[in-house]
Design a protein around this ligand. Structure first.
Ligand code: DP6
Length: 351
């Protein structure tokens, strides 16, 4: 027999950033983080996994049609081993269940966005991989429990198992059993929030998140301040802002945390620069829009955030998005070179 499952997982963009591990093998973070999962329609990974006792020995993986090696002891292998272990528990309980845990796997994953665009694909990719095999194996585990495995594929991937607003709670335990993702609010709670992805550069980034954050942990004194005194109150405050649909607070904290993250990158030795001149110009434009809005007695209209690269993600309410898109297009006509003329207008996802 041959069994197959296909699922999609969207990209998530953090408002409170994950940056630093206290355990690199288990991928346990030095602080909690919180993100918005984007809509399935825009940036997602779709993964088909299949298994059969007739397959030749050895698991195999294809990313966007190209076969990738599953390296021994690597992150993908760790995820597959953990999923097999859970499948074994299903088989132990139900003697009629096919012994799939012993069969080779074939996994094929596609992104519906160019990987070259420099947009995080590891989060959606690993989340889709874990989710598709959990479906294939008919595992009883909840998304939070699955997030424990996705986390070991790539930290930020654990948040892509939920739609809407998602927290990755850092946890305290040494074995990582309490370092998992939980949904703060679903997409329908605050459907007015939209995200605009501004592709400033599609060049591959200089320093990967994985190695960059380790250098920060090893050398930055500012990181210690961030993880102890800055992030914990922000996690509480932004969760409250989401619950209350308070865009001004949400935007203020999102921008502050992006800037705090890039500050600890600069505080790393040697310093890590992810923003470029265009990124900084986008910050100035959004700050100016917000200044004008505040001066007219309104709340903030937009929030920028940047991950480990120069591309901006701008969160805004739907009603303000046309004005923001127009403004960005006026200032940066040639810098937004995603297929769509003004980048991707992505709605955060429902599931
Ligand atoms: C800046 O999840 O890519 O996007 O756990 O080593 O795979 P690994 O790192 P990764 O780091 C993401 C860092 C970030 C912030 C965030 O998404 O929270």
């Amino acid at each position: 027999a041959r069994y197959e499952a296909t699922v999609s997982a969207p990209v998530n963009i953090a408002c409170i950033k994950y940056w630093g591990k206290r355990n690199t093998a288990l991928i346990l973070p030095t602080n909690s983080s919180l993100s918005v999962t984007l809509s399935q329609d825009h940036l997602r990974s779709t993964t088909t996994s299949s298994t059969s006792q007739e397959y030749e020995q050895g698991d195999r993986l294809w990313l966007n049609g190209r076969e990738e090696e599953i390296s021994k002891g690597g992150r993908t292998e760790v995820c597959l081993a953990a999923l097999r272990q859970w499948r074994r528990e299903v088989e132990d309980k139900d003697s009629a269940a096919p012994k799939m845990s012993e069969w080779p796997l074939r996994i094929a994953s596609y992104n519906n966005f160019p990987t070259a665009a420099g947009l995080a694909s590891s989060a959606s990719g690993l989340a889709a991989l874990v989710y598709s095999i959990s479906q294939l194996y008919q595992l009883p585990q909840t998304p939070s429990q699955l997030s424990l495995i996705a986390r070991q594929g790539s930290g930020s991937a654990c948040r892509s198992l939920f739609g809407g607003f998602v927290a990755w709670e850092m946890g305290e335990r040494d074995d990582g059993a309490d370092s998992l993702a939980v949904q703060v609010a679903d997409r329908d709670h605050w459907p007015e929030i939209h995200a605009l992805i501004c592709v400033v550069s599609d060049a591959k980034k200089g320093t990967s998140s994985t190695s960059g954050m380790q250098k920060t942990v090893a050398t930055s004194t500012l990181l210690q301040h961030r993880i102890k005194h800055v992030v914990p109150p922000r996690m509480t405050e932004i969760s409250r802002a989401i619950t209350a649909k308070d865009f001004t607070t949400f935007a203020r904290l999102t921008m502050a945390d992006s800037n705090s993250f890039h500050a600890v990158c600069l505080d790393t030795s040697p310093p890590i620069f992810y923003l470029n001149d265009v990124s900084r110009a986008i910050i100035s434009v959004i700050e100016e829009l917000n200044r004008a809005a505040l001066a007219s007695g309104a709340g903030l209209v937009a929030a920028y955030t940047f991950d480990a690269g120069p591309n901006a993600v701008i969160y805004a309410l739907e009603k303000d998005m046309p004005m923001i898109v127009q403004t960005i297009n006026e200032f940066f006509p040639q810098s937004l070179d995603f297929p769509d003329p003004f980048g991707v207008l992505a709605q955060p996802s429902a599931r």
